[in-house]
Design a protein around this ligand. Structure first.
Ligand code: NCD
Length: 352
């Protein structure tokens, strides 16, 4: 098991299944786990707002008998004085046993892991990845459907900027026989690097411009909000807002055993009347997030882990993605990605 969790696919399927089983057992018998991390300290470093992810990590650690330190607003930390990510992480990792970090720039968690003596968990790096939401989503799908293959899965909303979508889809690339429906506008569709990867797998995918077109075929519908903070202007955001709204009327065409997921927070993309529909599973999904994070913390703290050994390039590259961490933290070295040459290893954008 690698030491950090930056990308869900860092964990083998076998390891994931163990974490999943542990999470399910914690959900059934939480009392058996109340002192599993006694004496351990978790740091939650949130450079970007969060409700569920930060509070569920803190709850998870407290329920395991550990303690928590951290910040949820970088302007209250030395970041406001201009401290580099490298320095913050080197220091904090010498204080605690585990770091959970959220950052607005893509690749930030990977960069942090290079300077941390303790495991780093990526709690969201810009519009890039969000692996612990993926753990939560997969556990919820398993609990509801008992399988991760042979499913018709719709992703709806902001598929360009939604990191939870990117992470979950990447995880599904390891399975076969699913069909994906990307329900979005042209502007907010799934990134090219993920489509390229999808083409290499034994999974089908189609694009849809409305929920009506495909809702009757779906087993899983993963709704997302339009990610306002990732747009260059408010005007651009307003053009995309409110295009996809799931309501009781649209659900009339859906299967009886559809499950509706959403990483939350919701803005207006799911009408509140849907909350009372038996197919709405997003609140259970959020609750599962605590058990899954308890299982992950226990696994990273109690099991033997090893460093990820990156190979560095001699020459420094310039990533053309302005939201990539390498454009802000200039000391970061170029990493060779043997599986995907021509792409930035930190943020996965095309290099040239
Ligand atoms: C998501 C996130 O932060 O990416 N929320 C979460 O962690 N549950 C989704 C979102 O913000 O839209």
């Amino acid at each position: 098991m690698v030491k950090h969790l930056i990308d869900f696919n860092d964990i083998s399927i076998d390891r994931w299944q163990k974490i999943h089983k542990l999470a399910v057992d914690i959900k059934k018998h939480p009392e058996n786990y109340s002192d599993k991390c006694k004496g351990k300290i978790l740091a939650t470093l949130f450079y970007e707002p969060s409700t569920r992810t930060m509070l569920s990590f803190q709850t998870a650690m407290l329920r395991l008998g550990g303690t928590v330190i951290g910040f949820d607003n970088p302007s209250n930390s030395s970041v406001a004085k201009g401290e580099s990510l490298k320095d913050t992480i080197s220091i904090v990792s010498s204080y605690v046993d585990l770091i959970v970090m959220r950052h607005p720039l893509e690749g930030a968690a990977m960069a942090a892991s290079m300077f941390s003596s303790k495991p780093v968990i990526n709690a969201g790096d810009g519009g890039h990845l969000h692996p612990t939401q993926t753990l939560t989503d997969l556990t919820t799908i398993m609990l509801e459907k008992n399988k991760l293959t042979g499913l018709n899965i719709g992703f709806c909303g902001d598929l360009k900027n939604g990191r939870t979508v990117h992470s979950l889809l990447k995880a599904f690339l390891r399975y076969e026989g699913n069909k994906f429906y990307f329900i979005s506008t042209k502007k907010l569709n799934i990134p090219e690097y993920l489509l390229n990867k999808l083409k290499e797998t034994n999974n089908e995918f189609v694009f849809a411009s409305s929920l009506d077109e495909c809702i009757s075929e779906l087993d899983v519908l993963y709704m997302t909000r339009i990610q306002r903070e990732r747009f260059d202007s408010e005007k651009e955001y307003l053009k995309q807002k409110g295009v996809f709204i799931l309501d009781g009327d649209k659900l009339k065409k859906a299967k009886d055993d559809l499950i509706i997921l959403h990483p939350l927070p919701r803005v207006d993309e799911i009408d509140i009347e849907v909350d009372d529909d038996i197919r709405a599973k997003y609140f259970q999904q959020a609750e599962n997030g605590v058990y899954v994070r308890m299982a992950l913390i226990m696994t990273l703290l109690n099991e033997k882990t090893k460093e990820i050994n990156y190979k560095f390039e001699e020459e420094k590259f310039e990533c053309s993605n302005p939201k990539c961490i390498t454009n802000t933290e200039k000391y970061l070295k170029t990493v060779v990605d043997e599986n995907q040459t021509g792409y930035c290893k930190y943020c996965n954008h095309k290099l040239y």
